[in-house]
Design a protein around this ligand. Structure first.
Ligand code: NDP
Length: 401
């Protein structure tokens, strides 16, 4: 019987919700490319409830315990005295969400001698040192597509939020003001703008689709081109490099995975090639951008705004400069953990566990690492290596630094 450690974010400060603003979720049968939603044999939760926090337990306790497994759920994940660190030596399965990632560094993989499977409840497994997972023969799986559309919606919201100067305008209302000129002096329409995505995978192409009706000019860079018919349908122009694309864009949205080759892709040099006053929306991973180069570009006016929901580390220390830099629209890492998304990735996590325990293959599209090498979706989108370096900074959040 397996010991499963599930790292989840804390419950709301006022306690686990007793009720919700809405009574149901829309019914969705499949994703835009035809892939089916998760198909576990059963679920033990009502779609629409909070599953991603500690008391929600991803709806897994009944299933795991009734099959004789041990489930430990905690939010205490960082530092040598954390529950995660203490439980690791005899844990077989670790589950965590990118929003509150269990950083599985090489040291932790070495310590977790019984570890066989790590699951990302969501998408994006860069918080696991994939090279170490391969070296230790640990399988890595994530719930591909479960929250891609959730993120695409968030990206569109953030592009509009920045260009229309929404957040400062909202704040004038809350402060009792009516400062129209203060709101308008940084407010633009996006109609006619050049908008480009780095990567046109599930999120990137969903962003393009959602932006098309705004009568903007669309661009993308991806290692593989979209089918010609899709390019025509979206009227989107492919660029042979990120540099080539950013030179012409008013807005750049980043939608590629983080792995060693994409780490700090948006550094000082790349940002200096962008149009003055461009916006960046990054809901992919923080480390794709150089933290301090973003701050400097906002201060100098090279960038007119930066928004996103991804930080490094997570949670970020209280003094992380992205909390206080000018013209930002940052939120905590939330775009992929709407209640709608949680229902899908909790069911997908259950599906992966059922397959694992019953000796059935995990869907290929859910696999990132298997049998010592990149596999499935991982072989397509990642490269071997480690993007977890520096994750120990997260301990500072606890200390309030
Ligand atoms: P997909 O795998 O569908 O798309 C990833 C795309 O990135 C693929 O098209 C891949 O291209 C492309 N790509 C890989 N490397 C590069 C590169 N060097 N330059 C340009 N493009 C590249 O994943 P999703 O769209 O569903 O998710 C993308 C990322 O978004 C995730 O890896 C995760 O980090 C982040 N994410 C964030 C969430 C949030 O809550 N903020 C939630 C979900 C995901 P190709 O196929 O051509 O190799």
């Amino acid at each position: 019987m397996a010991k499963v450690v599930c790292i989840l974010y804390d419950d709301p400060v006022d306690g686990y919700p007793a009720s919700y603003p809405r009574d149901d979720l829309p019914k969705i049968d499949h994703y835009p490319d035809g892939q089916t939603l998760p198909t576990p044999k059963a679920i033990d939760f009502k779609p629409g409830v909070l599953l991603g926090s500690v008391s929600g337990e991803l709806g897994l306790r009944k299933y795991l315990e009734s099959n004789g497994h041990t489930l430990i759920v905690t939010s205490d994940k960082d530092g040598p005295d954390s529950v995660l660190e203490r439980e690791l030596p005899d844990t077989e399965i670790v589950i965590s969400q990118p929003f509150w990632p269990a950083y599985m560094t090489a040291e932790r993989f070495a310590k977790a001698r019984k570890l066989k499977l790590v699951i990302t409840a969501g998408i994006g497994s860069d918080h696991y040192n994939l090279q170490a997972a391969m070296d230790h023969g640990v399988t890595v799986a994530e719930v591909t597509y479960s929250n891609s559309i959730s993120v695409a919606e968030h990206v569109v919201m953030m592009i509009l939020t920045l260009a229309r100067n929404y957040i400062p305008s909202y704040q004038w209302v809350v402060r009792g003001g009516w400062n129209i000129a203060d709101c308008a002096e940084r407010s633009y329409d996006i109609e006619g703008m050049q908008i480009g995505t780095v990567a046109a995978g599930r999120i990137g192409s969903a962003v393009l689709r959602r932006l098309k009706p705004f009568d903007v000019h669309l661009h993308y860079y991806d290692r593989h081109r979209l089918p010609e018919a899709v390019e025509r349908d979206l009227n989107v122009r492919w660029h042979p490099s990120v540099e080539d694309m950013v030179k012409v864009c008013d807005v750049v949205t980043i939608n590629c995975p983080l792995y060693p080759e994409t780490e700090h892709l948006f550094d000082q040099a790349m940002i200096s090639k962008m149009k003055r006053g461009a916006y960046i929306v990054n809901t992919a991973r923080a480390k794709i951008c150089d933290r301090d180069a973003i701050v400097r570009a906002l201060e100098s006016g090279q960038l007119a705004g930066y928004a996103g929901d991804v930080w490094f580390p997570q949670p970020p220390p209280k003094d992380h400069p992205w909390r206080s830099m000018p013209h930002h629209g940052m939120t905590p890492h939330i775009s992929g953990t709407t209640l709608s998304a949680q229902a899908r990735y909790a069911a997908g996590t259950r599906e992966i566990l059922e397959c694992w325990f019953e000796g059935r293959p995990i869907r290929n599209e859910y696999l990132i690492v298997d049998k010592g090498k990149l596999a499935g979706a991982g072989a397509h989108s990642y490269s071997a290596g480690d993007a977890t370096k520096g994750a120990d900074e997260a301990v500072k959040f606890k200390k309030g630094a």
